[in-house]
Design a protein around this ligand. Structure first.
Ligand code: SF4
Length: 491
């Protein structure tokens, strides 16, 4: 009989195709995200330090010895068992992060999650664990999901008692019979041939982007009904007309938020709305400062005055143009001391270089504005200056999002990673050592936590200088495109 693990169960509930691929199409296995795995391990190990006297099961959950070790620890009346593992006589198995001994013949399940609150699929995890342990004759009293506590602000040494929040989810568990029914359904699917794939924008993006998309979605055009329509509406339109927008009647797409995108795609034409562009450029005040931040988001707060998953800026790039036609100046800050808080040095350098007047141009204002507000809160001595920067902010995303300028190759989006290649194709991120913000963040996390060699650090620093500088230069170039289009439409 095929073994069913907890992750198999949760994957199967999400999409039976995904479970079938996992079991029988090893060639399609998506790459694991190492940064997410490492974060889960770090949080899980920290969580266990809250429970002194616990016994750790050292064998892996799929090894027989894990079950033998668990049974011994239970027989020895261990107060807590970390990674307690059991398997039913029908081959459903799982490990429980923390099995707590209530000393009355019952046990509690505590599942640790490296999120700030429980999510839907965490309940499926815990439900499967309760099913396996109950089927193995263990009396489970309560089930808890332990998450990070976003209310906890670090001051000094990490307080692991306050770092975590325990959520009693006993009442939210799937009944044992429901879990059994779902397992029977999944086993029947696994006993059969590969299923026909049923694409769904809602399902394939549920919980997280499915790693099998490159297989299931390979026939879907790069701009399709799944891009042009939202959520359930996309699924509805797809079921009637398929993925290709050429087959969707115009009265169906005319009511969409951006019908112009679809028209541009079908006719392969650019969208230009000079009024929107003019409105944007007339809001600018000289000198112009083009600003971009890079940040990390440590799950466990690393620095004083920060909480779990707080964005911590470690780099900025600032291009400055003092007056029309003037040479560009470039300023930047990249934190270079591992293990220390990047924010004080970054803020100091920023307020020294960004002046007191002139527009501060960013791309997606919510991000830079939000970071400034957080830093103003955490470093009140700089609050006035940071709020003053926010009051000068202008969002270059807006004229693109409002379709002042749009090209079909943007595939319905307006992020800088789409508008730059559309309008300044010679400036590409493809040839850089770092290609996006996530990569920048992951590499800097390795540095700040001391997990890099000096050679890796040197390479990363070079790459980060180039990457962040490109982001602000991209804004300079995109603004120049807007000005040039306006000039052309005026002529
Ligand atoms: S891409 Fe969609 S259909 Fe394919 S396995 Fe993932 S969720 Fe299922």
């Amino acid at each position: 009989m095929v073994k069913i693990s907890k992750s198999d169960y949760v994957l199967g509930l999400k999409c039976p195709n995904a479970l079938w691929f996992k079991k029988f199409r090893k060639d399609l296995q998506p790459e694991m995200n190492q940064a997410i795995l490492d974060r889960g391990t770090e949080v899980g190990e920290l969580a266990c330090t809250r429970f002194p006297g616990g016994v750790r099961i050292t064998a892996k959950p799929w090894e027989d010895d894990a079950i033998a070790q668990t049974k011994r620890a239970m027989a020895d009346n261990a107060p807590y068992i970390f990674e307690a593992t059991l398997c039913t006589d029908t081959d459903e198995y799982c490990a429980v992060d923390i099995l707590k001994n209530n000393n009355d013949g019952t046990w509690d399940i505590i599942e640790v999650k490296s999120t700030n609150q429980p999510h839907d699929y965490h309940y499926f995890d815990a439900s499967f664990q309760r099913y396996v342990f109950t089927r193995c004759g263990v009396k489970i009293h309560n089930c808890f999901i332990m998450t990070l506590n976003p209310e906890y602000i670090r001051h000094g040494e990490l307080n692991v008692q306050e770092l975590f929040a325990l959520h009693d989810v006993t009442a939210d568990m799937q009944d044992i019979e429901i879990v059994q029914g779902e397992i029977n359904r999944l086993r029947a699917i696994l006993d059969g041939p590969e299923l026909g794939v049923a694409l769904s924008k809602v399902k394939c993006n549920k919980f997280y982007e499915c790693g099998y998309k490159c297989h299931c979605w390979h026939d879907v055009p790069s701009y399709s009904v799944f891009d042009a329509f939202r959520g359930a509406t996309a699924d509805e339109v797809y079921s009637k007309y398929g993925a290709d927008l050429h087959n969707v009647p115009s009265d169906v797409w005319a009511a969409q938020k951006h019908p112009g995108d679809i028209e541009a795609f079908l006719d392969n034409i650019d969208v230009i709305n000079p009024e929107i562009l003019k409105q944007f450029t007339s809001s600018l005040q000289w000198p112009l400062y083009f600003l971009d931040y890079e940040s990390i988001m440590p799950a466990v707060p690393m620095f004083d005055n920060s909480h779990s998953y707080q964005q911590i800026c470690f780099q900025f790039s600032l291009h400055v143009q003092r007056e029309p036609g003037a040479e560009l100046e470039h300023y930047e800050y990249l934190h270079g001391e591992s293990g220390t808080d990047p924010r004080p040095g970054l803020i100091k350098r920023l307020v020294e270089t960004i002046g007191d007047s002139g527009s501060v141009i960013v791309y997606n204002q919510a991000f830079e504005e939000g970071r400034n507000s957080e830093m103003a809160h955490d470093f009140p001595e700089y609050a006035d200056k940071l709020y003053a920067i926010n009051s000068r902010m202008v969002d270059l995303l807006i004229p693109f999002r409002q379709r002042g300028l749009y090209r079909p190759c943007q595939n319905g989006g307006a992020s800088i990673k789409l508008t730059l290649p559309a309008f300044v194709p010679e400036m590409s991120y493809a040839n850089l050592g770092i290609h996006d913000g996530t990569e920048a963040s992951n590499q800097f996390m390795d540095f700040i936590t001391g997990n890099q060699t000096p050679e890796q650090t040197k390479q990363m620093m070079d790459n980060l200088h180039e990457y962040c500088g490109q982001d602000t230069m991209a804004m300079v170039r995109l603004l120049a495109v807007i000005q040039s289009v306006l000039q052309t439409t005026k002529d």
